[in-house]
Design a protein around this ligand. Structure first.
Ligand SMILES: [Zn+2]
Length: 374
């Protein structure tokens, strides 16, 4: 995870980066903020930055062996603790039992919520917890020297889900000075955080994402026009998760989705009369919506490509979108993805500079017809 991939939180990012550059990384820190504001992605980006062997001014390099491993969350000095459930097959469950699925989910969505995690665990009515067995596993990991990095980093997600025996043991662990080990606790319980934990950690308050940063995220990465983005941000209370939820249920998004699916069907079946109707409709939309639609289309093409390659991306697809993309994915492959993206970007460029919309969209449709057959 890079700092630049995280919405907003500019001042906090700068503070975290400075602490590493000044070699003042304290050994136990508590990232405390509501769901969706970015506590977990910040802890991940921070951990990656701590381990990066070629740190840049404001982010990890992305190229060094450490960053490469962080990009898949498989660095041997990066450890995770998170709530899990017992099953008939896994008694005395600890995080390691669920590590593959945890990595997969986290790579898809670093803003994951507890409820989404429960769904991934197929927990049904069970609650996931961090049990006392976890502390044995933690001690075991701490007993090894670091493999590759200067520091071992242990990210403990939702310490509020610890039961009492686990909490007591963890507190003891936090009291000890562990050489070259950094604990990053990420909590969403802003009301009832144990004072004992608070007293043993440095508090990093993660506030709501600023509205203008949320709007920027929605406009530049999700294909939403300014006005809709502002409406969504207003209701999101600084949480990217809430904003994405709002977006997936917004009329604007549904309209884009409907336009995109019709368009792709027309392109694939080479239905020229329907295509003309579609182009007329697009031309009537106005420039902001046209641009937003093109970004939306880029996103779905990218998601489809990732699905086709079974690569978990930063997926933020709504249910219906995911269903469509999984059917559409076989047509988006390495021989046409880059060109498709290029054509969409070019069209965006022309629309932005007052190109004649009917021509731009017709031309684009013809090119996409060819590329889908490639
Ligand atoms: Zn690096």
């Amino acid at each position: 995870m890079f700092f630049r991939e995280i919405a907003g939180q500019k001042a906090l990012k700068e503070r975290l980066i400075k602490s590493v550059r000044d070699q003042r990384v304290s050994h136990a820190q508590l990232f405390l903020g509501k769901q969706g504001v970015g506590g977990l992605p910040l802890a991940l980006a921070y951990a990656q930055y701590i381990s990066c062997t070629n740190r840049q001014e404001s982010d990890s390099c992305g190229e060094c062996p450490s960053c490469k491993k962080f990009s898949k969350l498989i660095h041997p000095d990066l450890h995770f603790v998170f709530p899990v459930i017992n099953t008939p097959a896994i008694e005395k469950a600890v995080s390691d039992n669920y590590l593959p699925i945890w990595r997969e989910r986290l790579l898809e969505n670093p803003y994951i919520s507890y409820d989404e995690w429960l769904e991934s665990l197929e927990a049904e009515n069970k609650q996931a917890i961090i049990s006392k067995y976890e502390s044995e596993s933690i001690l075991h990991k701490l007993s090894f020297k670091t493999y590759e990095s200067e520091y071992k980093v242990m990210i403990i997600w939702l310490p509020e889900k610890m039961n009492q025996p686990a909490a007591n043991k963890l507190l003891k662990i936090l009291e000890e000075p562990w050489e070259k080990t950094v604990f990053l606790l990420v909590s969403e319980d802003t009301q009832h955080m144990l004072t004992t934990i608070l007293s043993r950690t440095q508090l990093i308050s993660v506030g709501p994402i600023e509205d203008d940063e949320l709007i920027k995220e929605l406009v530049s990465n999700q294909g939403v026009d300014e006005k809709t983005a502002a409406e969504i941000a207003l209701l999101a209370e600084g949480s990217l998760s809430r904003a994405m939820h709002g977006l997936n249920h917004s009329e604007e998004n549904r309209a884009h989705f409907d336009r995109f699916t019709r368009w792709m069907r027309n392109c694939y079946t080479k239905n020229i009369p329907e295509m003309s109707t579609w182009v007329d409709e697009m031309a009537g939309l106005g420039r902001e919506k046209q641009k937003a639609f093109l970004i939306f289309a880029l996103r779905l093409v990218r998601e489809s490509f990732l699905l086709n390659n079974k690569q978990p991306g930063l997926s933020r697809l709504a249910q219906e979108e995911a269903a469509f993309c999984s059917k559409f994915a076989p047509f988006i492959h390495q021989n046409n993805t880059l060109q498709l993206a290029d054509e969409l970007n070019t069209a965006h460029y022309h629309i932005e500079r007052n190109g004649y919309a009917k021509l731009v969209f017709f031309d684009l449709s013809l090119k996409i017809m060819q590329l889908l057959k490639a």
